[in-house]
Design a protein. Structure first.
Length: 454
């Protein structure tokens, strides 16, 4: 802790110096601030653990409160859906107010809801509490905005990859919650989670600072402008095909191992947990690769490997081959998640929260609906292996959109010497800018005009 606080407070001193008229050269600052990345990653991992806490605990809770298994599945899904869909407004607020306020605020709200849930005695109370707890899932975009704001452009992919590896917070709940349930019961377990979030919120507030803002504060119109940009929604589709598929695979792989290969639940759970760890940690090399090769080739390659790896599972290969295919797909998904998020600060440096909210929301929504679709296909087709068919199909669709977008932006033609009555034929000259880049420039000009008017 003694090393982290000075590292985080140093840029804060630079900001004060800038206000006094002496600005420090940006070249003197480190490309990656380890303290910033560490604080955001740890806080996100703890929030992610709370976000999925109903997974291991809902069966115990519902048994005590006499809630049906069907409603138990709904209870598990509610926080995921809320945490995903609310990432857009939370991202916009983070761009406006800063992560130092938003991260602790959301953690404290989540802690209060978790504590209230520990005293719940009815289904209604559980559902309302789950709705509020779901907000902690939005901290992903808060941490992403903070991490990218403090990181040099050439290292943002790597930094965001490390931060995204906070998905391993699921392991805290996967392994820790069952132990707490046995040792102290679900009510005290939830109270423990609430206490940890309060401590984390206080610590984050004490050690973190917002990155110095470049230029005027963004206007609401400027923050909302990217919502009209088709490119931002394309990035969301890519994230749905990586993160959304990752979440869906996490929920369906255990069924395949148990029903398709006859493995014990403990063995299937271990294999599923290995998949989760692999995909989460692969975000780190994915970010590194995106910094060096660009997000396009990294995301495109990951979608190809993901689609092929999951398609092989449908065939019903021998167990060792299926495990190998799933492992390779997990690596590809993690790399693809990092590659997709590298697009955001690169194309929207002043709107990371807003655009990241769109991307993160679509990814989470995919993780909510894909398992439901997989369940329908499993029931209708009578095959446990076909559960992954919509996952592979989504990766293939996203790949097609990405390839078409790249072809469209590779060359923009400009007609010149085009006569109207028998004049020279139009000559197409290539230019360096893509259509998407031109649209982004026009969007930025519109934001500047709005800001000037206000």
């Amino acid at each position: 802790m003694s090393q982290t606080i000075p590292m985080l407070s140093d840029p804060y001193r630079n900001e004060r110096a800038a206000r006094g008229g002496t600005a420090k050269s940006p070249h003197s600052a480190p490309a990656i601030r380890a303290g910033v990345v560490a604080a955001n990653t740890i806080a996100f991992a703890l929030c992610f653990a709370v976000w999925v806490m109903f997974g291991p605990s809902v069966r115990t809770i519902c048994a005590e409160l006499r809630i049906s298994p069907t409603l138990a599945n709904l209870i598990k899904a509610i926080p995921i859906l809320i945490g995903s869909t609310c990432r857009i407004p939370v991202g916009i607020l983070t761009d406006r107010l800063g992560a130092r306020l938003m991260f602790p605020l959301i953690m404290l709200i989540g802690a209060g809801a978790t504590l209230a849930l520990s005293f719940a005695a009815t289904l209604t109370a559980i559902i309302i509490g789950g709705l509020v707890v779901g907000l902690v899932g939005t901290t992903f975009i808060v941490g992403a905005q903070s991490t990218s704001s403090w990181t040099a452009k050439e290292k943002q992919g790597f930094a965001l990859g490390i931060f995204g590896a906070g998905n391993v917070g699921t392991a805290i709940t996967t392994f820790g919650m069952p132990l707490l349930l046995v040792a102290v019961g679900w009510r005290t377990a939830l109270q423990t989670y609430a206490g940890v979030l309060v401590i984390a919120a206080i610590a984050y507030w004490l050690v973190m600072r917002n990155a110095p803002r470049k230029g005027a504060a963004p206007t609401l119109a400027g923050l909302l402008a990217p919502l009209k940009d088709l490119r931002a929604w394309k990035f969301g589709l890519y994230y749905m095909a990586t993160f959304g598929v990752f979440v869906a695979a996490t929920l369906t792989l255990s069924d395949i191992y148990i029903d398709g290969y006859g493995l014990a639940a403990t063995t299937a759970g271990l294999l599923a947990t290995t998949f989760t760890f692999t995909a989460s940690l692969s975000r780190i090399p994915g970010g590194w690769l995106a910094d060096r090769l660009g997000p396009g080739i990294v995301t495109r390659t990951s979608l190809v490997v993901t689609a092929i790896g999951l398609a092989l599972v449908i065939v019903g290969l021998p167990l060792w081959a299926t495990v190998l295919s799933v492992f390779v797909a997990a690596v590809a998904m993690g790399i693809g998640m990092a590659g997709t998020f590298k697009y955001i600060p690169e194309h929207y440096p002043t709107n990371v929260g807003a655009v990241g909210g769109i991307v993160g929301a679509l990814g989470g929504v995919g993780g909510f609906f894909l398992p439901l679709l997989s369940g329908v296909i499993k029931t209708a087709a009578g095959s446990v292996y076909l559960q992954v068919a919509p996952l592979a199909a989504l990766a293939a669709v996203a790949l097609g959109v990405l390839v078409l977008s790249e072809r469209r932006s590779r060359q923009v033609t400009m007609p010149i010497f085009a006569g109207t009555n028998g004049g020279w034929p139009a000559i197409a000259l290539p230019v360096d800018e893509s259509i998407d880049d031109i649209e982004a420039e026009e969007l930025g000009e519109e934001e500047e005009l709005v800001a000037t008017a206000q």
